[in-house]
Design a protein around this ligand. Structure first.
Ligand code: ATP
Ligand code: MG
Length: 437
């Protein structure tokens, strides 16, 4: 079949703009072919575009044979441009349909498709991810990424309004920032280098010049385990601010997360409906519990942990049952937090995690700004300060006190969309078994 060119045609309306008021008007629509139904004398085609869908209706008797043969040739998911007249019709979805006067077949999809993008026939996650370009056309997937976009834009706007500058730091690095174990080595000419686990060290240095910075970028973690909330490449929203403490940035984080919920609730009602997800905006201020209180609550429920341990997944689950919703865990033992974390007394750190239920959304805190203290903490964590010489230099030029956090955009999107697996909210997820597509 010969394909048609777009030529000088341009879309005059999106499908959701086709309303009864346009009755009798000529329009040009573009999109992909959904359901096709042939009732002998009459042919229905659902045209999908990013705004929604509209019905195209052609009766055999009244339609030009050239148009009919094109309609007959169309397969599901083909892309098409349709010129036609808007007609009010009681039977049509939304009470309106388009009767075609000319059709341009822009590209034909082959049959059978590896999955059904209408979502009527369910495919398993692996099949869907293998054909992710097609899978992303499902209305649920589109809804998820519209919500993700809405949340991110809201967060950006808020940070910019608070005088944060958006920055981009290197993703090829020479040393670990968190712990060496989760690093991906790469070959870098004659040397070994690594993919960056976090913009942590760079953003701290940048507070000396720009005071308040944020970055939305990839973090790479060689996570060993296959879990519904870890990927090997994730997107982190990182902020760092001079002359602030953990308490200050917790307020910023709380406001960010609250605004993300609020704006999704207000602007993405349709998408939430598609996902059948009821979103409850958490009340401010989010509750704060200390690590010690968390341990006490857990032990009352029979989950006994050693002081100084990180909270394992079953403990996080239990805590979510007890506290629930969005809450902070503060005053962590120094032992579980990274070397750059500001101590609070001998054993504690001025650091926090933001949880939503059992899911950790963010970690942050006040950071060390004295070189001497930083070197001491590095040694205590078994790190060799010599490997950090290029970073330590910055602490000799009066780096200001600063604080910040890293918020997982993928995890936040899970909460906003109700997705149970992080792979659903990432376009092309990378996990232990998957690096394609
Ligand atoms: P977890 O304990 O859940 O593995 P973490 O404490 O190792 O996370 P941080 O180093 O605190 O993670 O990173 C900050 C945030 O980045 C996390 O709170 C989370 O939202 C997100 N994040 C970290 N690692 C991953 C990952 N492998 N996949 C998805 N998101 C991640
Ligand atoms: Mg963390």
């Amino acid at each position: 079949m010969q394909l048609d060119d777009l030529g000088n045609w341009r879309r005059t309306h999106k499908s959701n703009e086709i309303r009864e008021e346009l009755d009798g008007q000529e329009v040009i629509l573009m999109g992909r072919v959904g359901d096709i139904r042939d009732l002998g004398g009459i042919k229905f085609l659902i045209l999908h575009d990013i705004s929604g869908s509209v019905q195209i209706t052609a009766t055999r008797k009244k339609t030009d044979p050239k148009i009919l043969s094109k309609l007959d040739a169309l397969t599901q998911e083909s892309s098409v441009a349709i010129k036609g007249k808007v007609v009010r019709g009681k039977q049509a979805p939304r009470g309106v349909e388009v009767v075609p006067s000319e059709i341009r077949i822009l590209n034909l999809a082959s049959t059978p498709l590896p999955l059904d993008p209408s979502g009527k026939v369910k495919a398993n996650l692996d099949t869907r991810l293998d054909a992710r370009g097609l899978d992303l056309r499902r209305s649920e997937a589109i809804a998820i990424f519209k919500i993700r976009n809405q949340a991110l834009q809201t967060i950006r706007e808020y940070l910019i309004s608070q005088e944060f500058i958006e920055v981009q730091t290197p993703k090829i690095v020479a040393t670990a920032t968190e712990s060496g174990a989760a690093l991906f080595p790469i070959s870098y000419f004659e040397k070994e280098a690594f993919l960056s686990q976090s913009p942590q060290l760079y953003k701290e240095v940048l507070t000396g010049a720009f005071e308040r910075v944020f970055e939305v970028g990839p973090i790479f973690r060689a996570e060993e385990h296959d879990t519904p909330r870890h990927l090997n490449e994730a997107t982190s929203i990182d902020i760092e601010a001079a002359y602030m403490t953990a308490d200050d940035v917790m307020k910023i984080l709380e406001e960010l997360v609250w605004r993300a919920f609020d704006s999704v609730k207000r602007n993405c009602a349709e998408e939430l409906k598609v996902l059948n997800h009821h979103l409850e905006t958490p009340k401010k201020p989010f509750p704060r519990i200390t690590y010690d209180e968390a341990l006490a609550k857990l032990s009352q429920e029979g989950v006994v942990l050693n002081w100084g341990d990180d909270l394992p997944t079953p403990a996080e689950k239990k805590l979510a049952e007890i506290v629930g919703g969005a809450f902070f865990i503060v005053d962590w033992p120094l032992t579980v937090k990274p070397f750059y974390t500001m101590p609070k007394g001998d054993k504690l750190s001025d650091a926090f995690d933001l949880m939503y239920g059992e899911l950790e959304l963010a970690s942050g805190g006040s950071r060390i700004h004295s070189e001497e203290m930083l070197i001491k903490q590095m040694k205590e964590k078994g790190l060799n300060p010599e490997n950090f010489e290029s970073h330590l230099l910055n602490y000799r030029y009066g780096l200001p006190p600063h604080a910040g956090f890293g918020l997982g955009l993928d995890r936040l999107t899970m909460v906003l969309t109700g997705a149970e697996n992080i792979r659903e909210v990432v376009l092309f997820p990378r996990d232990r078994k998957r690096i394609t597509p």
